[in-house]
Design a protein around this ligand. Structure first.
Ligand code: SF4
Length: 445
Protein backbone atom coordinates (compact mmCIF):
# COMPACT_ATOMS: atom_id res chain seq x y z
CA UNK A 1 0.00 0.00 0.00
CA UNK A 2 1.44 3.40 -1.00
CA UNK A 3 0.47 6.85 0.25
CA UNK A 4 1.54 10.47 0.76
CA UNK A 5 3.83 11.59 3.58
CA UNK A 6 1.60 14.63 4.13
CA UNK A 7 4.11 17.41 4.39
CA UNK A 8 1.20 19.41 2.96
CA UNK A 9 -2.48 18.90 2.30
CA UNK A 10 -3.47 18.84 -0.49
CA UNK A 11 -0.25 17.09 -1.52
CA UNK A 12 1.94 18.63 -4.24
CA UNK A 13 0.73 16.23 -6.93
CA UNK A 14 -2.65 17.98 -6.63
CA UNK A 15 -1.24 21.41 -7.40
CA UNK A 16 -2.49 22.90 -10.68
CA UNK A 17 -0.88 25.21 -13.24
CA UNK A 18 -4.03 27.35 -13.28
CA UNK A 19 -2.81 28.61 -9.88
CA UNK A 20 0.40 30.44 -10.71
CA UNK A 21 2.32 33.64 -9.95
CA UNK A 22 -0.62 36.09 -10.23
CA UNK A 23 -2.82 34.06 -7.87
CA UNK A 24 0.00 33.38 -5.36
CA UNK A 25 0.99 37.05 -5.58
CA UNK A 26 -2.48 38.09 -4.43
CA UNK A 27 -2.00 36.16 -1.20
CA UNK A 28 1.39 37.81 -0.73
CA UNK A 29 -0.27 41.20 -1.16
CA UNK A 30 -2.84 40.14 1.39
CA UNK A 31 -0.06 39.27 3.85
CA UNK A 32 1.62 42.61 3.16
CA UNK A 33 -1.48 44.39 4.48
CA UNK A 34 -1.35 42.58 7.82
CA UNK A 35 -0.48 45.13 10.54
CA UNK A 36 1.23 42.45 12.68
CA UNK A 37 2.73 39.87 10.32
CA UNK A 38 3.15 36.37 11.76
CA UNK A 39 6.66 34.90 11.67
CA UNK A 40 7.70 33.24 8.43
CA UNK A 41 9.47 30.02 7.63
CA UNK A 42 12.09 30.17 4.92
CA UNK A 43 13.17 27.22 2.80
CA UNK A 44 16.16 27.57 0.47
CA UNK A 45 16.75 24.85 -2.11
CA UNK A 46 20.27 24.36 -3.48
CA UNK A 47 20.00 21.67 -6.17
CA UNK A 48 23.64 20.88 -6.97
CA UNK A 49 25.46 17.67 -5.99
CA UNK A 50 29.04 16.79 -6.88
CA UNK A 51 28.18 13.11 -7.09
CA UNK A 52 24.73 11.57 -7.54
CA UNK A 53 23.56 8.84 -5.15
CA UNK A 54 21.67 6.15 -6.97
CA UNK A 55 18.73 5.95 -4.57
CA UNK A 56 18.07 9.69 -4.83
CA UNK A 57 14.56 11.01 -5.50
CA UNK A 58 15.35 14.69 -4.83
CA UNK A 59 15.33 17.51 -7.33
CA UNK A 60 19.08 17.81 -7.92
CA UNK A 61 21.65 18.54 -10.60
CA UNK A 62 24.88 16.56 -10.70
CA UNK A 63 27.88 18.80 -11.49
CA UNK A 64 31.48 19.29 -10.36
CA UNK A 65 31.51 22.93 -11.45
CA UNK A 66 31.16 24.72 -8.12
CA UNK A 67 31.16 28.14 -9.77
CA UNK A 68 27.55 27.36 -10.76
CA UNK A 69 26.77 27.97 -7.10
CA UNK A 70 27.79 31.64 -7.39
CA UNK A 71 25.39 32.28 -10.26
CA UNK A 72 22.67 30.41 -8.41
CA UNK A 73 23.12 32.58 -5.30
CA UNK A 74 22.67 35.70 -7.46
CA UNK A 75 19.35 34.30 -8.66
CA UNK A 76 18.25 33.27 -5.16
CA UNK A 77 18.84 36.82 -3.96
CA UNK A 78 16.89 38.14 -6.96
CA UNK A 79 14.03 35.83 -6.04
CA UNK A 80 14.13 36.94 -2.40
CA UNK A 81 13.91 40.56 -3.58
CA UNK A 82 10.73 39.70 -5.53
CA UNK A 83 9.19 38.71 -2.19
CA UNK A 84 10.47 41.63 -0.14
CA UNK A 85 9.31 44.05 -2.86
CA UNK A 86 5.81 42.74 -2.19
CA UNK A 87 5.72 42.06 1.55
CA UNK A 88 8.43 44.44 2.69
CA UNK A 89 11.86 43.88 4.22
CA UNK A 90 12.34 43.04 7.87
CA UNK A 91 9.64 40.36 8.00
CA UNK A 92 10.11 38.16 11.09
CA UNK A 93 11.52 34.69 10.38
CA UNK A 94 11.38 31.99 13.06
CA UNK A 95 12.64 29.03 11.01
CA UNK A 96 15.00 28.69 8.07
CA UNK A 97 16.22 25.54 6.38
CA UNK A 98 18.70 25.10 3.53
CA UNK A 99 18.16 21.81 1.74
CA UNK A 100 18.89 20.23 -1.58
CA UNK A 101 20.69 18.84 -3.39
CA UNK A 102 23.72 19.69 -1.31
CA UNK A 103 23.73 23.17 0.28
CA UNK A 104 27.42 22.73 1.15
CA UNK A 105 28.10 22.52 -2.61
CA UNK A 106 28.23 26.34 -2.27
CA UNK A 107 31.75 27.52 -1.56
CA UNK A 108 32.33 29.55 1.65
CA UNK A 109 32.10 33.01 -0.03
CA UNK A 110 28.82 32.02 -1.74
CA UNK A 111 27.38 30.65 1.53
CA UNK A 112 28.33 33.87 3.24
CA UNK A 113 26.90 36.08 0.50
CA UNK A 114 23.60 34.19 0.59
CA UNK A 115 23.31 34.36 4.37
CA UNK A 116 24.16 38.06 4.43
CA UNK A 117 21.62 38.75 1.68
CA UNK A 118 18.93 36.95 3.65
CA UNK A 119 19.87 38.75 6.88
CA UNK A 120 19.55 42.08 5.12
CA UNK A 121 16.10 41.14 3.78
CA UNK A 122 14.43 39.60 6.84
CA UNK A 123 14.63 39.79 10.63
CA UNK A 124 15.35 36.54 12.46
CA UNK A 125 13.45 36.16 15.73
CA UNK A 126 15.72 35.63 18.79
CA UNK A 127 15.05 31.86 19.02
CA UNK A 128 14.98 31.26 15.25
CA UNK A 129 15.99 27.82 14.04
CA UNK A 130 18.56 27.96 11.26
CA UNK A 131 19.30 24.54 9.85
CA UNK A 132 21.29 23.17 6.96
CA UNK A 133 21.73 19.75 5.34
CA UNK A 134 25.36 18.66 5.27
CA UNK A 135 26.97 15.97 3.14
CA UNK A 136 29.67 14.50 5.42
CA UNK A 137 31.78 13.62 2.37
CA UNK A 138 32.25 17.25 1.40
CA UNK A 139 32.96 19.07 4.68
CA UNK A 140 35.45 19.04 7.53
CA UNK A 141 35.33 20.53 11.01
CA UNK A 142 36.60 23.90 9.71
CA UNK A 143 33.55 24.04 7.41
CA UNK A 144 31.26 23.30 10.37
CA UNK A 145 32.96 26.10 12.27
CA UNK A 146 32.18 28.46 9.36
CA UNK A 147 28.54 27.34 9.27
CA UNK A 148 28.20 28.00 13.01
CA UNK A 149 29.79 31.43 12.58
CA UNK A 150 27.31 32.18 9.80
CA UNK A 151 24.49 31.65 12.29
CA UNK A 152 23.35 28.09 11.62
CA UNK A 153 22.32 26.38 14.86
CA UNK A 154 21.10 23.03 13.50
CA UNK A 155 22.73 20.46 11.25
CA UNK A 156 21.46 17.45 9.41
CA UNK A 157 23.96 14.83 8.17
CA UNK A 158 23.02 12.50 5.34
CA UNK A 159 24.50 9.12 6.26
CA UNK A 160 21.97 6.49 5.01
CA UNK A 161 24.00 3.41 6.04
CA UNK A 162 27.43 2.73 7.53
CA UNK A 163 27.86 -0.64 5.81
CA UNK A 164 30.52 -0.46 3.03
CA UNK A 165 28.71 -2.97 0.76
CA UNK A 166 25.50 -0.97 0.94
CA UNK A 167 27.39 2.29 0.43
CA UNK A 168 29.01 0.97 -2.74
CA UNK A 169 25.70 -0.35 -4.06
CA UNK A 170 24.16 3.15 -3.81
CA UNK A 171 27.25 5.10 -4.93
CA UNK A 172 27.68 6.96 -1.67
CA UNK A 173 30.83 5.94 0.15
CA UNK A 174 31.83 7.66 3.38
CA UNK A 175 33.73 6.34 6.35
CA UNK A 176 32.22 5.90 9.79
CA UNK A 177 35.19 7.75 11.24
CA UNK A 178 34.43 10.80 9.06
CA UNK A 179 30.88 10.96 10.41
CA UNK A 180 32.03 10.43 14.02
CA UNK A 181 34.55 13.27 13.75
CA UNK A 182 32.00 15.65 12.26
CA UNK A 183 29.34 14.81 14.83
CA UNK A 184 31.85 15.33 17.63
CA UNK A 185 32.84 18.68 16.09
CA UNK A 186 29.16 19.69 15.76
CA UNK A 187 28.57 18.97 19.45
CA UNK A 188 31.73 20.87 20.40
CA UNK A 189 30.56 23.85 18.36
CA UNK A 190 27.29 23.84 20.35
CA UNK A 191 24.91 23.30 17.47
CA UNK A 192 21.55 23.11 19.24
CA UNK A 193 20.44 20.06 17.31
CA UNK A 194 22.22 17.48 15.17
CA UNK A 195 20.21 15.14 12.98
CA UNK A 196 21.35 12.04 11.12
CA UNK A 197 19.39 10.61 8.19
CA UNK A 198 19.38 6.88 7.52
CA UNK A 199 17.53 4.90 4.86
CA UNK A 200 16.22 1.35 5.14
CA UNK A 201 15.35 -0.76 2.13
CA UNK A 202 18.61 -0.11 0.23
CA UNK A 203 20.34 -2.82 -1.84
CA UNK A 204 22.24 -5.46 0.13
CA UNK A 205 20.79 -4.31 3.43
CA UNK A 206 19.77 -7.10 5.77
CA UNK A 207 18.15 -6.78 9.20
CA UNK A 208 21.46 -7.87 10.80
CA UNK A 209 23.58 -5.36 8.86
CA UNK A 210 21.11 -2.56 9.43
CA UNK A 211 21.04 -3.33 13.16
CA UNK A 212 24.76 -2.54 13.22
CA UNK A 213 24.14 0.78 11.48
CA UNK A 214 21.46 1.58 14.08
CA UNK A 215 23.80 0.78 16.96
CA UNK A 216 26.55 2.89 15.39
CA UNK A 217 24.28 5.88 14.90
CA UNK A 218 23.00 5.61 18.47
CA UNK A 219 26.61 5.68 19.65
CA UNK A 220 27.01 9.05 17.88
CA UNK A 221 24.17 10.45 20.07
CA UNK A 222 22.66 12.85 17.51
CA UNK A 223 19.64 14.69 18.90
CA UNK A 224 17.46 13.41 16.08
CA UNK A 225 17.52 10.39 13.79
CA UNK A 226 15.37 9.88 10.70
CA UNK A 227 15.05 6.37 9.23
CA UNK A 228 13.45 6.89 5.83
CA UNK A 229 12.14 4.03 3.73
CA UNK A 230 13.63 3.68 0.25
CA UNK A 231 10.99 3.81 -2.48
CA UNK A 232 12.23 2.10 -5.65
CA UNK A 233 10.62 4.00 -8.54
CA UNK A 234 13.15 3.67 -11.40
CA UNK A 235 10.65 4.76 -14.07
CA UNK A 236 10.39 8.08 -12.30
CA UNK A 237 13.88 8.62 -10.87
CA UNK A 238 16.63 7.91 -13.39
CA UNK A 239 19.56 7.31 -10.94
CA UNK A 240 17.57 4.45 -9.39
CA UNK A 241 17.88 2.50 -12.66
CA UNK A 242 21.44 1.66 -11.59
CA UNK A 243 20.12 -0.19 -8.57
CA UNK A 244 19.49 -3.89 -9.25
CA UNK A 245 16.06 -4.89 -8.09
CA UNK A 246 17.36 -8.35 -7.15
CA UNK A 247 19.67 -6.72 -4.55
CA UNK A 248 16.80 -5.04 -2.71
CA UNK A 249 15.63 -6.50 0.61
CA UNK A 250 12.24 -8.20 0.70
CA UNK A 251 9.17 -6.45 2.12
CA UNK A 252 9.48 -8.70 5.16
CA UNK A 253 13.10 -7.66 5.73
CA UNK A 254 12.16 -3.99 5.32
CA UNK A 255 9.51 -4.36 7.98
CA UNK A 256 12.00 -6.16 10.23
CA UNK A 257 14.46 -3.25 9.77
CA UNK A 258 11.84 -0.67 10.73
CA UNK A 259 10.80 -2.73 13.73
CA UNK A 260 14.44 -3.05 14.70
CA UNK A 261 14.85 0.74 14.38
CA UNK A 262 11.96 1.32 16.77
CA UNK A 263 13.21 -1.26 19.28
CA UNK A 264 16.93 -0.52 19.11
CA UNK A 265 16.66 3.25 19.07
CA UNK A 266 14.10 3.00 21.87
CA UNK A 267 16.56 0.88 23.86
CA UNK A 268 19.22 3.54 23.24
CA UNK A 269 16.93 6.18 24.77
CA UNK A 270 15.32 7.67 21.65
CA UNK A 271 11.64 8.62 21.53
CA UNK A 272 9.62 7.74 18.43
CA UNK A 273 8.26 11.09 17.18
CA UNK A 274 6.15 9.80 14.32
CA UNK A 275 6.51 8.06 10.97
CA UNK A 276 10.27 7.50 10.70
CA UNK A 277 11.57 10.16 13.11
CA UNK A 278 13.24 9.68 16.48
CA UNK A 279 14.65 12.16 19.00
CA UNK A 280 16.32 12.25 22.40
CA UNK A 281 13.78 12.99 25.16
CA UNK A 282 15.14 16.50 25.80
CA UNK A 283 15.03 17.49 22.11
CA UNK A 284 12.44 20.14 21.20
CA UNK A 285 10.58 17.70 18.93
CA UNK A 286 10.17 15.15 21.72
CA UNK A 287 9.01 17.87 24.11
CA UNK A 288 6.51 19.21 21.52
CA UNK A 289 5.22 15.68 20.98
CA UNK A 290 4.70 15.16 24.72
CA UNK A 291 2.82 18.46 24.88
CA UNK A 292 0.68 17.56 21.83
CA UNK A 293 1.87 20.62 19.88
CA UNK A 294 3.91 19.00 17.14
CA UNK A 295 3.48 20.39 13.60
CA UNK A 296 4.40 19.27 10.12
CA UNK A 297 5.45 21.20 7.04
CA UNK A 298 7.61 20.67 3.94
CA UNK A 299 10.64 20.30 6.19
CA UNK A 300 9.01 17.39 8.07
CA UNK A 301 8.12 17.42 11.78
CA UNK A 302 8.63 20.78 13.42
CA UNK A 303 7.90 22.68 16.61
CA UNK A 304 6.88 25.75 14.60
CA UNK A 305 3.17 26.44 14.57
CA UNK A 306 1.46 26.61 11.17
CA UNK A 307 2.92 29.65 9.49
CA UNK A 308 3.51 31.20 6.10
CA UNK A 309 6.53 29.80 4.32
CA UNK A 310 8.59 31.25 1.52
CA UNK A 311 10.29 28.69 -0.69
CA UNK A 312 13.34 29.94 -2.59
CA UNK A 313 15.11 28.12 -5.38
CA UNK A 314 14.24 25.71 -8.14
CA UNK A 315 11.26 23.46 -7.28
CA UNK A 316 10.84 24.95 -3.77
CA UNK A 317 7.32 25.04 -2.32
CA UNK A 318 5.88 27.89 -0.27
CA UNK A 319 2.70 28.44 1.64
CA UNK A 320 1.04 31.84 2.02
CA UNK A 321 -2.34 32.17 3.76
CA UNK A 322 -4.63 29.44 2.42
CA UNK A 323 -2.48 28.77 -0.64
CA UNK A 324 0.52 26.74 -1.76
CA UNK A 325 2.85 27.67 -4.62
CA UNK A 326 5.63 25.58 -6.15
CA UNK A 327 8.53 27.05 -8.11
CA UNK A 328 9.46 25.92 -11.62
CA UNK A 329 11.15 22.51 -11.44
CA UNK A 330 13.56 23.17 -14.34
CA UNK A 331 16.57 25.33 -13.45
CA UNK A 332 16.43 27.34 -16.70
CA UNK A 333 12.71 28.11 -16.29
CA UNK A 334 13.16 29.19 -12.68
CA UNK A 335 16.19 31.33 -13.60
CA UNK A 336 14.46 32.99 -16.57
CA UNK A 337 11.49 33.89 -14.40
CA UNK A 338 13.43 35.49 -11.53
CA UNK A 339 15.64 37.38 -14.00
CA UNK A 340 12.51 38.71 -15.67
CA UNK A 341 11.26 39.92 -12.27
CA UNK A 342 8.36 37.45 -12.11
CA UNK A 343 7.66 35.11 -9.20
CA UNK A 344 8.75 31.69 -10.54
CA UNK A 345 5.58 29.91 -9.35
CA UNK A 346 4.75 27.09 -11.75
CA UNK A 347 1.78 25.51 -10.00
CA UNK A 348 -0.10 25.64 -6.75
CA UNK A 349 -3.53 25.64 -5.18
CA UNK A 350 -5.86 27.65 -3.01
CA UNK A 351 -7.47 25.69 -0.21
CA UNK A 352 -11.24 25.56 0.14
CA UNK A 353 -12.78 25.51 3.61
CA UNK A 354 -13.17 21.73 3.26
CA UNK A 355 -9.46 21.41 2.36
CA UNK A 356 -8.50 23.40 5.46
CA UNK A 357 -10.66 21.24 7.70
CA UNK A 358 -9.16 18.08 6.20
CA UNK A 359 -5.66 19.52 6.50
CA UNK A 360 -6.27 20.12 10.19
CA UNK A 361 -7.54 16.58 10.73
CA UNK A 362 -4.77 14.93 8.70
CA UNK A 363 -1.97 16.94 10.32
CA UNK A 364 -3.42 16.37 13.77
CA UNK A 365 -3.34 12.60 13.17
CA UNK A 366 0.13 12.71 11.57
CA UNK A 367 1.66 14.82 14.35
CA UNK A 368 -0.20 14.02 17.53
CA UNK A 369 -2.04 10.79 16.71
CA UNK A 370 -5.41 12.31 17.53
CA UNK A 371 -8.43 13.94 15.92
CA UNK A 372 -9.98 16.00 18.72
CA UNK A 373 -13.65 16.58 17.83
CA UNK A 374 -13.93 19.60 20.14
CA UNK A 375 -11.11 21.40 18.28
CA UNK A 376 -12.77 20.69 14.93
CA UNK A 377 -16.03 22.13 16.22
CA UNK A 378 -14.35 25.14 17.84
CA UNK A 379 -12.17 26.07 14.86
CA UNK A 380 -14.39 25.06 11.94
CA UNK A 381 -17.88 25.34 13.47
CA UNK A 382 -18.96 21.93 12.21
CA UNK A 383 -19.69 18.64 13.91
CA UNK A 384 -16.79 16.28 13.15
CA UNK A 385 -19.05 13.26 13.68
CA UNK A 386 -21.46 14.51 11.04
CA UNK A 387 -18.99 15.82 8.47
CA UNK A 388 -16.78 12.73 8.71
CA UNK A 389 -19.55 10.17 9.15
CA UNK A 390 -18.29 8.01 6.25
CA UNK A 391 -14.62 8.30 7.24
CA UNK A 392 -15.36 7.36 10.85
CA UNK A 393 -17.35 4.38 9.63
CA UNK A 394 -14.37 3.17 7.60
CA UNK A 395 -12.11 3.82 10.56
CA UNK A 396 -13.98 1.08 12.47
CA UNK A 397 -11.82 -1.45 10.61
CA UNK A 398 -8.70 0.17 12.12
CA UNK A 399 -10.44 0.11 15.51
CA UNK A 400 -11.10 -3.62 15.14
CA UNK A 401 -7.37 -4.09 14.49
CA UNK A 402 -6.51 -2.21 17.68
CA UNK A 403 -4.96 0.74 15.83
CA UNK A 404 -7.35 3.50 16.99
CA UNK A 405 -9.88 4.25 19.70
CA UNK A 406 -13.00 6.19 18.69
CA UNK A 407 -15.16 7.80 21.36
CA UNK A 408 -17.21 10.93 21.92
CA UNK A 409 -14.04 13.05 22.32
CA UNK A 410 -12.43 12.00 19.06
CA UNK A 411 -10.09 9.50 17.46
CA UNK A 412 -6.85 8.47 19.16
CA UNK A 413 -4.19 6.25 17.62
CA UNK A 414 -3.08 3.49 19.98
CA UNK A 415 0.61 2.86 20.63
CA UNK A 416 0.61 0.41 17.72
CA UNK A 417 -1.54 2.75 15.62
CA UNK A 418 1.09 5.52 15.90
CA UNK A 419 3.07 3.55 13.32
CA UNK A 420 0.10 3.55 10.94
CA UNK A 421 -0.90 7.21 11.01
CA UNK A 422 -0.42 7.51 7.23
CA UNK A 423 -3.13 5.01 6.23
CA UNK A 424 -5.37 6.46 8.96
CA UNK A 425 -4.83 10.00 7.63
CA UNK A 426 -5.43 8.79 4.06
CA UNK A 427 -9.06 8.01 4.95
CA UNK A 428 -9.64 11.76 5.34
CA UNK A 429 -7.90 12.70 2.08
CA UNK A 430 -10.59 13.73 -0.37
CA UNK A 431 -8.09 13.91 -3.24
CA UNK A 432 -7.35 10.19 -2.96
CA UNK A 433 -10.96 9.46 -3.89
CA UNK A 434 -10.78 11.54 -7.04
CA UNK A 435 -10.39 9.92 -10.44
CA UNK A 436 -7.60 12.35 -11.35
CA UNK A 437 -4.13 10.80 -11.87
CA UNK A 438 -2.06 10.85 -8.72
CA UNK A 439 1.65 11.04 -8.01
CA UNK A 440 3.52 7.88 -7.10
CA UNK A 441 3.85 7.56 -3.37
CA UNK A 442 6.15 5.58 -1.14
CA UNK A 443 4.78 2.56 0.68
CA UNK A 444 3.01 3.05 4.01
CA UNK A 445 2.78 -0.68 4.88
S1 SF4 B 1 20.92 11.98 -1.86
FE1 SF4 B 1 21.53 14.07 -1.47
S2 SF4 B 1 23.70 14.15 -2.06
FE2 SF4 B 1 22.86 12.26 -2.95
S3 SF4 B 1 22.24 12.90 -5.01
FE3 SF4 B 1 20.46 13.11 -3.73
S4 SF4 B 1 20.45 15.24 -3.05
FE4 SF4 B 1 22.51 14.76 -3.85
Amino acid sequence: MAGPRYTSYPTADRFVEAFGAPEYGQWLDHRAQSPVPTPLSLYVHIPFCQSVCWYCACNKIGTRDRSRGDVYVDDLLRELALYTDRIGTGQPVSQMHWGGGTPTFLMPPALERLMQGIERAVRFTPQAERSIEVDPRSVDSADLHRLRALGFNRLSFGVQDFDPTVQQAVHRVQSTQQVFELTRAAHALAFESVNVDLIHGLPHQTPARFAQTLDTVAELRPDRIAVYGYAHLPQRFKPQRRIHEADLPSAGDKLAMMRSAIERLGAHGYVHIGLDHFALPDDALAIAQRMGVLHRNFMGYTTQPDCDMIGLGVSAIGRIGPSYGQNARMLETWQASVRAGVLPIERGCELSRDDMLRRFVIMSMMCNGTIPFAAVERDYLVSAQQVFRDELERLREFEALGLVRIDADGVTATTLGRFFVRPIAMLFDRALRSALPRGQYSRVL
